[in-house]
Write a protein that binds this ligand. Structure first.
Ligand code: PLP
Length: 337
């Protein structure tokens, strides 16, 4: 166990441990035992998701540093920025968000419903400017930070996805401890873990946490950025930095970062038929709601790999559900008919 709580400040905001749920009807359909870890329902903050798990550590640092405004960046329908807005509201901080044009998805309500609506509702100032998915430091984000300073505030900078930040990997490294405790209590072990991956710190944190455990697991990151090499570089960099930060006594090897490129659809934020049918299958069999940007793609990967015999028949597979359903309304046209 890494026991990170004893070593780094954390502001507890979510309802952890997140539930572990057997997906009986999906398992029967696929012929492989599949469970879900429901990080999508683990938070009372504005529908939750994976960023709350990461932000518990970043916001504790922001408060310790005396910052009064969280400043972050994402796409227009970013789940991440909605969770930054939620954490800011819950902690009595201000919030400024840069919402860039990242997804080539045309819809008249794309910038009005779902995540961005919720962020505005929670008092965040959402500025729509900039374009192009990238985890690089953007000029739009620098400008937002400067504006907060000019207005007399003290900003705390949170990068896209809370990923490329010294504390970005802690949340999902701690997730590995949480999972191990649940497995021990229930007499289970998941040898295969499937997760969506994009800005990288979710998979990176898990890779570090699992590496610290004695029993090896197969961790498969389903790329959703439609740029597997960029995603691999991000995950590897964050995993190594996190391993160093926590003093892990094992090195993160290149083989520890498995990025599966086949299920990302035509582009970031754009679903294809495989994504849509996976979303329908999870909804119809399990009433488990996934989204067209992230979880629908990781679900598509899980289904396709099971059907192709790429998941061992005797495996116990854990599908990590990282949230994302608030974006669904902005994609209503994909489900018409
Ligand atoms: C719902 C959802 N799933 C998966 C991801 C991918 O997580 P990460 O950016 O940490 O790789 C994100 C955010 O990017 C997300 O919002």
């Amino acid at each position: 166990m890494l026991n990170l709580d004893d070593r780094f400040p954390r502001r507890k905001l979510a309802f952890f441990p997140s539930p572990l749920q057997p997906l009986g009807r999906l398992s029967e359909r696929l012929g492989v035992e599949v469970w879900a870890k429901r990080d999508d329902v683990s938070s009372g903050l504005a529908y939750g998701g994976n960023k709350v798990r990461k932000l518990e550590w970043l916001v504790a640092d922001a408060i310790e540093q005396g910052c009064d405004t969280l400043v972050s960046i994402g796409g227009v329908q970013s789940n991440h920025t909605r969770q930054v807005a939620a954490v800011a509201a819950a902690c009595g901080l201000k919030c400024r968000l840069v919402q860039e044009h990242w997804a080539e998805w045309e819809d008249p309500v794309y910038d009005k419903v779902g995540n961005i609506l919720l962020s505005r509702l929670m008092g965040a100032k959402a500025v729509l400017e900039g374009e192009g998915y990238s985890t690089a430091v953007k000029e739009t984000w620098e400008r937002a930070l400067d504006e907060v300073r000019r207005e007399g505030g003290t900003p705390y900078a949170i990068p896209a996805g809370a990923s490329d930040h010294p504390l970005g990997g802690l949340g999902y490294a701690d997730f590995a401890d949480e999972l191990a405790r649940q497995e021990e209590a229930q007499g289970l072990f998941f040898d295969t873990v499937v997760t969506a991956t994009c800005t990288g710190s979710t998979q990176a944190g898990m890779a570090v946490g699992f590496k610290g455990q004695d029993r090896p697991r197969r961790l498969i990151g389903i790329d959703t950025a439609a740029n597997a090499e960029m995603t691999r570089a991000a995950v590897t960099k964050i995993a190594r930095a996190t391993a160093e930060l926590i003093g892990l006594n094992r090195a993160i090897e290149d083989e520890d970062v498995v990025i599966e490129p086949r299920f990302c659809g035509p582009d970031y934020g754009v679903p294809d038929e495989t994504t849509i049918s996976a979303i329908r299958m999870a909804a119809e069999l399990e009433a488990m709601i996934t989204d067209p940007v992230y979880e629908g793609k990781s679900m598509a990967g899980l289904i396709a790999m099971a059907e192709a015999g790429e998941l061992d028949k005797g495996a116990k597979v854990l599908y990590v559900h990282l949230g994302g359903a608030p974006a669904l309304d902005a994609y209503h046209a994909a489900f018409a008919g």
